[in-house]
Design a protein around this ligand. Sequence first.
Ligand code: FMN
Length: 218
Amino acid sequence: MDRKSLQAACLVVAVLLIAPTLTSGQELKPIQLLEPQMDTGKPLMQVLNSRGSSRAFGSEKLPMQMLSNMLWAGFGVNRPDSGKRTAPSAMNWQEIDIYVATADGLYVYDAKAHALKPVLAKDIRALTGGQPFVKDAPVNLVYVADFSKMGDAEEDVKVFCSAANTGFISQNVYLYCASEGLATVVRGLIDRPALEKAMGLRPDQKVTLAQSVGYPKK
Ligand SMILES: Cc1cc2nc3c(=O)[nH]c(=O)nc-3n(C[C@H](O)[C@H](O)[C@H](O)COP(=O)(O)O)c2cc1C
């Protein structure tokens, strides 16, 4: 084999080795979510009356309109003029990112664009919690605090505020689920170092809580 043929052969082998990684990384496309529907949902008092945690999920995927509505309800932009959101945050830091783990892969919710940005073309649902039902839920939200958005606050302030801020978002998701008859549970039982590593987070990004969502198991 001459030098040119050898180089060509090496190139083919390299492409074959790299291709699966590239392909799986590229398979996940950005998703433009649907406009949130403002004219649906039960009255607030009925929603509060049925809010609760459920831990048994059917495997059916959530329709895109439901996912779109739920993410907007959770932490969407409800006042475009100021960019403010459906949940409050200390100092308006808006430091919580909602990651969305599905069978297709991992996305992060871009509230301003009301879109899902691809993160990983891999099903990491089972890593989002230690309980057996977690892998069955079609959607596992992972709340991630981006400490770099919290100025020069002390570490304990960042930990406290990001936990509190996550609670408001999680309750919004609880209320949306109660309104639509979906099952959900917020979860703190998480192997955080393992999950943060699997998600490829930076050291100043911290998993606060996760929340499973799906149809109730029949
Ligand atoms: C901060 C926090 C962490 C929680 N962690 C878990 C968890 O890891 N696993 C779980 O099954 N439920 C978890 N829950 C759900 C609680 O167990 C549940 O809210 C509580 O039992 C009351 O039930 P209810 O939500 O139906 O009112 C958590 C709730 C909160 C607020």
